[in-house]
Structures are given as structure tokens and as C-alpha cells.
Ligand binder design. Sequence first.
Ligand code: UDP
Length: 344
Amino acid sequence: MKKTVLVSGGAGFIGSHVTVELIQAGYDVVMADNFSNCDRSGYEGVKQITGREDLPLEEVDFCNAAQVHALFAKYPIDAVIHFAAYKAVGESVEKPVMYYKNNLMSFLNVLEAAQEKGGCNVLFSSSATVYGEPDAVPVTEKTPRKPATSPYGNTKQMCEDILRDTVKASGGTVKGILLRYFNPIGAHPSALIGELPRGVPNNLVPYITQTAVGKRPCLNIFGNDYPTPDGTCLRDFIDIVDLAKAHVCAVGRMLEGKMKADCEVFNIGTGRPLSVLELVNAFEKVNGVKLNYKFVPRRAGDVVSIWADPTLANTEMGWKATRSIEETLKSAWEWELHLKNQQQ
Ligand code: UDP
């Protein structure tokens, strides 16, 4: 029988790509979102890519316990992937209560509803931000976490701990996987779904594509005096489709009883460091566009260098990033052009 996966925050950037891959891998998916930080185009795009006109969409506020319980009562949920959360670091510093309330409450409601149903497989979308500025790179899952430098980062650490404790106390009925993402970028090759930042983008690649298309006059590169080969920060940029496929592997692992512990952690990255400037240069080259950029002072809170050691995900989950940075940057540009064409 087909297994059902609930994807909270399913209409967003990562959620929509994960939904596509799950459907294509043969799962029934319930997409749930309150559309607080995205519109319906993610849902429409997923339907178009997969041909699943009947894809269930539930407009749910995960901070509302009654709504979450009703969702779990309505569907035979075998696994839940939890994305529904706020994600802007700067905003979290300005509005900590809003961040703690939303990101913790929504996850607690999911866990409570899952427990009440007698258990569940829970996949939590965590982040490399939990490693802070690591003492050594690349980071493995054993690299110690560092104290969070923002309320956003803190919510990721707290949710990791909450899931671990819940799994431990559940006597095996709740199983958990924490996926720590590095820097997800790019878009689906169909250019039907992608990242849709509201207002001025915080992240590098949407800022690049918006500058290239003329929505922004100039890309600011934050800092060129870091202790790195070219002075700009080093990151592990991971293709969004590759990242989405990691979720299919993780869900399969949970549902097929392949886990080696009741709560597991995996880094989801390429293992390949790339500097901000290298990324900018690659974007210009692969897409044949000239990007207006300038160097400005460092951005507060930025980590100098971080990239993944993805060996555990490679060997244990059988997952590996496969797309080249060129393919990924091409997909990011095609998505931006798709948005431009839509507006015309
Ligand atoms: N960055 C930049 N200009 C921008 C946005 C980001 O130079 O407009 C740099 C940022 O300083 C960092 C890297 O790009 O070194 C990745 O930043 P992003 O916000 O995309 O992800 P983070 O690694 O902070 O999670």
C-alpha cells in the first residue's frame, strides 16, 4: 500500500521541491501550509510538474493545535516532514518572541498530534547553522554544536533537542531524522517552482538573480577580507533538487525500518566548498550575464567558512549530491526568467 507523507510548509521553497520528489518516488503526499510566507504558485507548480491534479492541499496554521490534530485525524500519516517555520535570521533578532512562538509551537503541535495517534516518523528540517563557526571544516555530524547566534538558529537547536527527547521518551513509537542543510540553492529544472523571497532577499542566490534581471541595482558582497583564498566566505551550496531527494531517502529509511538508531542526524551538503566570489563568477559564466556587484563590509553574524562532510548521508542513506554548480546556477537563472515572463 502507498505510504502517506505529510509535508508541513509544503508550498514553500524546500517543501515544494520535496513534494515533487516524494510524489515521483511513489508516495501519497498531503501538502499543508498557511501561506504566511509564500503564495499558491508552489502548489500549482507541483501539480503541473507531477500531473497530480488531485494533490491534497490543507490550509493549516501549525500553531493551532486543533487544526493540526484534525489533520492527523483526517489522513493516515506514515511520516511527517516539518518545514513550517520562519527562517530570516535578521528578523528573528528583531522579533524573537514571534520566532520562538511560531517555530517551537508548530513543531510541538506536530509532535503532540503524532504521539496521540500512537506514534509517527518525523523528519525535521534543521540547518548547518547549528554548527555556528566550526573549529574545523568540513563538519561531520559529530562536530559539536555551537551556541546559537540568533533566535532563528536557537529554534533549530531547540527543535532538534525536542525531537531527540520525544523520540527517547516514546519507547520507539516516534522515530526522528534531523537533516542539517547547508546552503540550498537553484530551482526545479522545469522552472515551474523555485525560491520566492518576499521583499529584499536575504540569501545570496536570489539576490544575484534579482540583480541580474534588473530588479536590484547591485549585489553587495559582504566582506572580502576574510581569511579565505579570495577573501570572501566559503559555503557548501547544495542544489535544491539534490536536497529534496535526500528527503526521499530519509523517509524510505524510516518507513522501511533501516534506521540504526531511533533518532538520526545527517548533513545534507555536497562536501565542496565554494566562495561567494567563485559562485558569482560561475553564475556570470554559465548564464552569459554580467552582474553588477561591489564589496561592502562584512555582515554581522556571518560564519567565515563552513562546508559539509556528507559521508554519512552518502554511505548510510545512499544519497549523494549529483548536480553540478553550473546546472544549479542555470536553473536559478531560468527560474528568475520564468518569474519575469509571468509578470509581462
Ligand atoms: N551574501 C552576500 N550578499 C548577499 C547575501 C549573502 O555577500 O546579498 C553572502 C553572505 O555574507 C554569506 C554567503 O553569501 O557569506 C551566504 O549567505 P546566505 O544568506 O545565502 O546564507 P547563510 O550562509 O548566511 O545561511
